[in-house]
Design a binder for this molecule. Structure first.
Ligand code: HEM
Length: 251
């Protein structure tokens, strides 16, 4: 760099350098700081009593609400993962959302479902009404005081989901055949969790929850039926079409 191109420097060498932070970022920082003050001065004093009552008072429902909210997120993610897997194998993913995107969604949604399901189960330890111990929570069908059968189905579903989700990481180690066998468990996980939600959930009595269970069950059933059709027609097709790549990421 010649002397004309070099930035002009003052005596200490830094006077003419541009500011390290853009003006928009500085403004955002100052606004965030004002927002923090507003929350601390105005909102927290109003919210904290209710918040602590909902987590530790005699009418504490906070952990129960958290368990139910995370249950629905886990269920939605599980459904998404299964649908993406089926879209890959029945080749509809080529139309939408594209093979690689469907594969990423399939894998990430199943791991996220596992994380939300773990939260859903463990947070129940804080719910005084259900009164779970770590043993009743983790042992299938040990929830003696609250719907042991349907909660047990959820517990089995959780362990199967963990097996399926984590099997992505040992695929090379265990070989394709065993991996595929484990992966087929995804259907069982969905059925177990559907029965679990229907049988043990407080929301099961509501129209919207039943609608969600019906719609998710029907969509999985339809895509599975379509997948069977595609694989049958693939088998019956002449050799030229048998060369089409066969997706391996889903049962
Ligand atoms: C150790 C495993 C599990 C335990 C102990 C467990 C426990 C429970 C309990 C006690 C309820 C009833 C909550 C209530 O409404 O009062 C429930 C509901 C529910 N669980 Fe689980 N569950 C487990 C695994 C799962 C998994 C793996 C999923 C989904 C991926 C799931 C999804 C749901 C759904 C959707 C509901 C209905 C929520 C509602 O209607 O408000 N659960 N679970």
């Amino acid at each position: 760099m010649n002397q004309e191109q070099a930035p002009r420097r003052g005596r200490d060498g830094f006077e003419d350098l541009p500011p390290a932070t853009a003006p928009g970022t500085v403004l955002a920082l100052l606004l965030a700081s004002l927002g923090g003050v507003l929350v601390a001065l105005v909102l927290l004093p109003r919210w904290l009593p209710d918040l602590s009552a909902s987590l530790s008072g005699p009418q504490a429902h906070g952990y129960w609400f958290l368990a139910r909210a995370s249950a629905w997120v886990a269920f939605g993610l599980l459904w998404l993962s299964l649908v993406m897997g089926l879209l890959i194998t029945n080749r509809l993913a080529r139309l939408w959302p594209g093979g690689p995107t469907a594969f990423d969604l399939h894998q990430h949604a199943s791991l996220l479902a596992l994380a939300f399901a773990l939260f859903h189960a463990l947070i129940l330890l804080g719910d005084r009404y259900i009164g779970y111990s770590p043993a009743t929570l983790l042992l299938p069908f040990a929830s003696h005081d609250y719907r042991p059968i349907s909660v047990g189905l959820g517990q089995l579903g959780f362990y199967a989901l963990a097996l399926v989700g984590l099997s992505f990481y040992v695929r090379r180690l265990i070989g394709r055949r065993l991996w595929r066998a484990i992966h087929f468990l995804s259907f069982a996980v969905f059925v177990l969790v559907l029965a679990h939600g229907l049988g043990s959930g407080t929301d099961s009595g509501t129209v919207w929850a039943r609608g969600v269970y019906w719609a998710s069950g029907a969509s999985v059933l339809f895509l599975t039926w379509f997948r069977v059709l595609v694989s049958r027609s693939g088998r019956a097709a002449p050799p030229a079409s048998q060369g089409a790549p066969s997706p391996e990421c889903s049962p």
